[in-house]
Design a protein around this ligand. Structure first.
Ligand SMILES: [Zn+2]
Length: 179
């Protein structure tokens, strides 16, 4: 984008001096606009990955701390079982109730979890505040189904992690061979 911005600035001078036409400049300008959009997409993607990374790190840290984290982490063990095959039941119920899709932020093992050596297979993160009406409803549904979950509230000490509900058991470290 920087390179193209220079090209456009140079062409602008040529236009000002009457050497090229406005139409000739506009094709360079269009190329610059398109590069700007690509850059913006890449920046959004990087931000999203950074959020995912922070979430995974917080999950790991809070779950590893053996003593209950009290007001920041709600832990429900249920029957200790959840697999991605159980997700449609939950998302369908959510859609029926709230007329929108379940806001899943991490579905199973992601590249972020993989790169951090964390096992997030058969685990799903949902971008809902556990204390919002939707979050409370989802937790009640999970408890009715005996599905284990970890609910992270917003005020996590030392981490600006978005509140979310992690469905499934806590992430464990991946075996070296699986990395
Ligand atoms: Zn998670």
């Amino acid at each position: 984008m920087d390179r193209q911005a220079k090209v456009v600035a140079e062409r602008q001078k040529l236009l000002d001096n009457g050497i090229i036409s406005r139409a000739e400049l506009s094709s360079f300008q269009m190329e610059l606009d398109s590069r700007e959009r690509v850059l913006e997409l890449a920046q959004n993607r990087a931000k999203l990955l950074e959020e995912l990374r922070a979430m995974a790190e917080t999950e790991q840290r809070l779950v590893r701390a053996a003593r209950p984290a009290g007001d920041v982490l709600i832990r429900y063990d249920g029957d200790g079982m959840f697999s991605l095959a159980d997700l449609p039941t939950i998302s369908t119920e959510f859609e029926k109730r709230f007329h929108r899709a379940l806001p899943v932020s991490a579905l199973g093992q992601t590249l972020v979890h993989q790169s951090m050596g964390l096992d997030h297979r058969n685990r799903v993160d949902v971008a809902l505040n556990p204390d919002s009406s939707e979050g409370v409803w989802l937790r009640q549904l999970l408890e009715k189904l005996h599905v284990p979950y970890l609910a992270f509230r917003s005020a996590v000490a030392g981490a600006a992690t978005a509140p979310h509900i992690h469905i499934g058991t806590g992430s464990t470290r991946l075996k070296l061979a699986a990395r």
